[in-house]
Design a protein around this ligand. Structure first.
Ligand code: ADP
Ligand code: MG
Length: 650
């Protein structure tokens, strides 16, 4: 007897659910897209327990007649396309006919719907994919879908849902961004009794940004709008002998145009990840490498390569110019004229940035004391380093920024006993090839025996005055006026701390409440295996989870669990880009830089006076206070001379 059989509908739906329904936010996304496809102008969403217990979405769209209400739960049942050709120009958000059966197979679902011209509506109830009630009822026009107990029958998936607050924040961000894409519609999101978002219709995108994010955010964004005609239609033409008589000639069709509108952030806004980049293509929220690349290009030399802007882009193009059928959750698309799209986005964003670029007021960027400057440019000279002697007695720390620093750790900062070990660590780090960011800080020993001794006393005498936009510390000393980037300053402090703790084998770690499961590609798995020992020594504890994944159970202290996944992926991505064989010193520096980056205080964070003082004092004690582990400057100085010159006193 043969061994192959066709899976039952229910099993097939659960498999599809695995692709479409990853978490509560993906349910919200599918249902919200359905409501928008149904022409709704008003959508209200209620959730409980981050959507794990309840997701309810009510719209005033076209509703469904009884037969459709039942058919909607059949696999591949859709009203949005009819033939394979329709796939070439999908104008709706949905088209796969998979969402409803998938969601219904992993939850307890209730559908209430009425088409406006029908006298009565239909209620359908499905439990874990099994239909158990259909009835006629008097209902308002439109559709309401209630999804309870998501994943109740797939406990393995349920277990790996994140905290309620995390799931809710994903839902909130999703709804917010759909609200931004459709300013003319009314959106509401409620979590239990809490109104998370209430956005009545407004005139346009700017009004919407103002409505949902407030004036401050709107002020930090640059609006952009551009349009460009396509030169030709991107769809491939069938050869003439294959063309039917009456078939429309694609080449003769109007090629149409690409439009973009939206917002990009000013250069002073720097995000540590891509989470604030939202790109919509024909109203569909997507993640797309091509567009990401175009954005990176647009911000080249405006933002350092390791940080990201805030971007909200709404691209519109003829539906034939974009293939939406490339990913089950429809979050990826393929443009038929890729390079045109890429260059269009790059140029539109670049033009907007150039137009709005503020005149730099600060011309003197501190790189280092003149004699030490050669060491700051990475180059062949920066090969050997000697651990500099610390001349300054660190002040006792009355407190720390995030978590209290245990006294023992403070002791270690006094670099007395463990000094030799730390010294070795620094030396070996400096021998790594120039791509190691810390190289910038380690000058050649012959030329400069006490490299960082010049800036430190200046920093140690700084008096903080306050913050600019809760992001940059303004400080003075007799040398002049200083601006310190609080994030990179803390990053530098933590980077050196992590390296020291690692060298002393005393990394602090924390057990995660829920293990973080990371899916890795085979290439990433191989990389991970190579660095896992080093990760362990930095306070991670991970074990294989299934064939493709690993579960992180313990992580370095100070990193928010929500940042971990990104941090590890970023690390693997960076290491994968190395073209030389992995060098453990380099790996160690990368890990330390990555931990520091994710644990450091962020911009837009108010700091009290004593915290600013603490940060400056800590910075003064670092080996390399002038640049962050990624090479960005930490401090800017407006010297007394510059000030006097500007006031025409000299
Ligand atoms: P798709 O959106 O890919 O067509 P779904 O499984 O999400 O597939 O939905 C199946 C069908 O159910 C849709 O094609 C649509 O006709 C109908 N439908 C779903 N949600 C709604 C709604 N909120 N209002 C009206 N019709 C809906
Ligand atoms: Mg759908």
């Amino acid at each position: 007897m043969g061994r192959i059989h066709v899976l039952s509908e229910n099993v097939a739906n659960k498999i599809a659910a695995g692709e479409v329904v990853e978490r509560p936010a993906s349910v919200v996304k599918e249902l919200l897209e359905n409501s928008l496809d149904a022409g709704s102008t008003r959508v209200r969403i209620n959730v409980e327990a981050g959507g794990k217990k309840l997701i309810q979405i009510t719209d005033n769209g076209c509703g469904m007649v009884r037969d459709d209400a039942l058919l909607a739960f059949e696999r591949h049942a859709t009203s949005k396309i009819k033939s394979a050709e329709d796939l070439l120009s999908v104008a709706t958000l949905g088209f796969r006919g998979e969402a409803l059966p998938s969601i219904a197979s992993v939850s307890r679902l209730r559908l209430e719907t009425r088409a406006p011209d029908e006298a009565s509506g239909t209620i359908v109830e499905i439990n874990g994919g099994k239909l158990f009630n259909v009835e006629e009822a008097g209902l308002p026009a439109g559709t309401s879908i209630t999804v309870r107990d998501l994943f109740f029958n797939t406990p393995a998936r349920k277990k790996f849902l994140k905290a309620e607050s995390t799931e809710l924040s994903h839902i909130a961000s999703l709804v917010t961004h759909y609200a931004l894409a459709h300013p003319d519609k009314h959106f509401e999101l409620h979590s239990a009794t809490n109104a998370v978002l209430v956005a009545p219709p407004v005139a346009g995108s700017s009004e919407r940004v103002y409505q949902v994010f407030g004036k401050d955010v709107l002020d930090q964004l640059i609006p952009l709008a551009a349009v460009q005609p396509f030169e030709h239609v991107g769809l491939p033409q069938p050869p003439p002998w294959k063309r039917k008589e009456d078939e429309e000639d694609i080449a003769a069709r109007e090629p149409g145009e690409i439009r973009v509108h939206g917002f990009v952030s000013k250069p002073e806004i720097q995000k540590l990840n891509r989470n604030s980049i939202y790109v919509f293509v024909n109203g569909r929220l997507i993640r797309d490498r091509l567009i990401q690349h175009a954005l990176t290009e647009a911000y080249r030399n405006i933002l350092p390569p390791t940080v990201f802007p805030v971007v909200l882009l709404f691209l519109e193009l003829p539906s034939g110019e974009v293939d939406v059928n490339v990913h089950p959750s429809k979050t990826e698309v393929r443009f038929r004229q890729q390079s045109i799209m890429h260059d269009f986005v790059r140029d539109a964003v670049r033009a907007a940035l150039m137009k709005a670029r503020p005149v730099p007021q600060f011309t003197t960027e501190i790189t280092a004391h003149a004699t030490a400057s050669p060491s700051l440019t990475p180059g062949p000279r920066a090969t050997v380093a000697v651990m500099p002697q610390h001349r300054y007695q660190p002040a006792p720390h009355p407190f720390s920024l995030n978590a209290p620093v245990p006294p023992l750790q403070t002791e270690r900062f006094h670099f007395s006993d463990s000094f030799a070990v730390e010294g070795n660590a620094a030396v070996s780090l400096a021998r790594a090839p120039v791509t190691v960011p810390a190289d910038r800080c380690t000058p050649p020993a012959e030329a400069e025996p006490e490299p960082s001794s010049d800036l430190a006393p200046s920093l140690a005498s700084l008096k903080p005055l306050g913050q600019i936009r809760d992001s940059f510390i303004l400080a003075v000393n007799p040398e002049g006026l200083w601006i310190i980037d609080q994030h990179v300053a803390h990053e530098r402090v933590l980077f050196e701390r992590v390296l020291k703790q690692r060298a002393a084998q005393k990394c602090e770690s924390q057990r995660l409440l829920m293990p973080l499961v990371l899916e890795l590609t085979p290439a990433q798995q191989a990389l991970f295996a190579e660095i896992s020992d080093e990760l362990n020594k930095n306070g991670f504890e991970a074990e294989p989870f299934g064939t493709r994944s690993i579960a992180i159970k313990v992580a370095p202290a100070g990193i928010d669990a929500s940042q971990l996944e990104h941090m590890l992926h970023e690390l693997l991505e960076q290491l994968a880009q190395e073209d030389q064989a992995l060098n453990m010193e380099k790996v160690r520096a990368r890990i330390a830089a990555s931990i520091a980056c994710h644990a450091a205080i962020k911009v837009n964070m108010p700091l009290e006076q004593n915290k600013m003082e603490w940060l400056l004092a800590e910075l003064a004690k670092t080996e390399c206070p002038m640049s962050c582990p990624h090479g960005r400057p930490v401090v800017l100085r407006y010297s007394m001379k510059d000030i006097q010159k500007a006031f025409k006193r000299i």
